[in-house]
Design a protein around this ligand. Structure first.
Ligand code: NLE
Ligand code: FE2
Length: 366
């Protein structure tokens, strides 16, 4: 007699891929960079500059050797590298101070104490073109000697400062990680930071992360608990996620953490938009454009937007960041070598964090 029909095989167990959850786990992913210092794409301003390329290769080699628990690599920056940092710092400091009553406005208000301080801080914040929490974080880091316009900060000092505030850690990386690896790092409260600096030919805009972008864009924001939480939320949602979900989360990250704007206080005569995206806060050219200011002059007096990677974009679109808009955000590709065409505008850092958290819950329920 024929054998009885076999019962259908049980469905295969839903296999969840392994993902890193601790800083030490990241040793397995941090060496897998997509673009290393010795492999610049041909439209990069440093492509034809052999000295720049070998300098980057030396810095990224130390990052590749790093393992969790090692001392963070110390880079002996050359005077020309420091000069790039100082020049970009000065332009960004000027933009940070716009509407803030001078760079010491927040510190002066804090010294008054009580209701007078709150009123002065509110007045100082009204015209800001950057998120007031960001300006205060940079001022705090400067006051503590962690950030300075005079020298490129080393990762060790920055890491200790950040860890004291929000428990986040900084880890050196040689270049871009895959979106999955990078986002998984955020879930472990680890921010991967490059240590090389942008090519001096186009200081007002670089298509890639560099030490200015990491330390002046991301790190101050990660010292703010609500904003660090937004980053961690995206990171946790990325754990074991399907590839298409990783892509959507990476886009959400791009349009918020990298290029997000906040509504300002135009009704009270203040600035209409304020930047909180790290890609804006590290680019004098794009920051000015995103918030509708004239571009700052460079040291040589020319418009930094002329030097930004092509094409010179027309006036950008600015759209409200709502949960409904997130469907559009996560379906939108974006340029990586030129200014953005579209910015999404949130209602304060908490508003941005709420929208991100709501979308992250949807992804985790998929
Ligand atoms: N465009 C930014 C800058 O110039 O600092 C870097 C963006 C990295 C995603
Ligand atoms: Fe970034």
């Amino acid at each position: 007699a024929p054998a009885p029909a076999a019962a259908p095989p049980p469905p295969p167990p839903r296999r969840r891929r392994w993902y890193p959850t601790t800083p030490a786990d990241l040793d397995t992913v941090a060496a897998r960079t997509l673009q290393a210092g010795d492999d610049l794409s041909s439209d990069h301003p440093g492509f034809a500059d052999a000295a720049y390329r070998s300098r980057r290769a030396a810095i990224t080699a130390a990052a590749a050797r790093y393992r969790w628990g090692d001392p963070l690599p110390v880079v002996a920056y050359a005077p020309a590298e420091t000069a790039t940092w100082t020049a970009v710092w000065a332009q960004l400091a000027a933009l940070r101070a716009v509407g803030g009553g001078g760079s010491g406005g927040g510190a002066a208000a804090a010294a008054m104490g009580g209701a007078a301080a709150a009123a002065a801080a509110a007045a100082a914040a009204r015209g800001r073109v950057v998120a007031p929490e960001y300006a205060a974080a940079v001022e705090g880091a400067v006051a503590e000697g962690v950030l300075s316009g005079d020298a490129i900060p080393q990762l060790g000092g920055v890491d200790a400062w950040l860890h004291d505030r929000t428990g986040w850690r900084v880890r050196p990386v040689g270049g871009l990680l895959s979106p999955r690896d990078f986002l998984n790092g955020l879930g472990a409260k680890v921010f991967h930071a490059t240590q090389y600096i942008r090519h001096p030919s186009v200081p007002g805009y670089t298509p890639e992360p560099d030490v200015i972008h990491e330390l002046l864009g991301h790190v101050p924001l990660l010292s703010i608990p609500a904003f660090a939480g937004l980053n961690e939320t995206i990171g946790i949602a990325s754990r074991g996620a399907r590839d298409d979900a990783i892509e959507r989360l990476a886009r959400l990250y791009w349009f918020t953490v990298e290029f997000g704007l906040l509504w300002g206080d135009a009704a009270a005569g203040g600035a209409p938009y304020r930047a909180y995206g790290a890609g804006l806060l590290s680019s004098p050219g794009e920051l000015a454009r995103a918030v509708g200011l004239p571009a700052p002059p460079t040291a040589e007096g020319e418009d930094v937007r002329e030097g930004a990677s092509p094409p010179a974009n027309p006036e950008p679109d600015r759209r409200p960041l709502t949960l409904e808009a997130v469907a559009e955000v996560v379906a939108s590709s974006y340029p990586v070598t030129s200014f953005q065409r579209v910015y999404y505008v949130a209602q304060g850092l908490e508003g941005a964090a709420d929208v991100v958290a709501a979308y992250a819950r949807q992804v985790q329920a998929e």
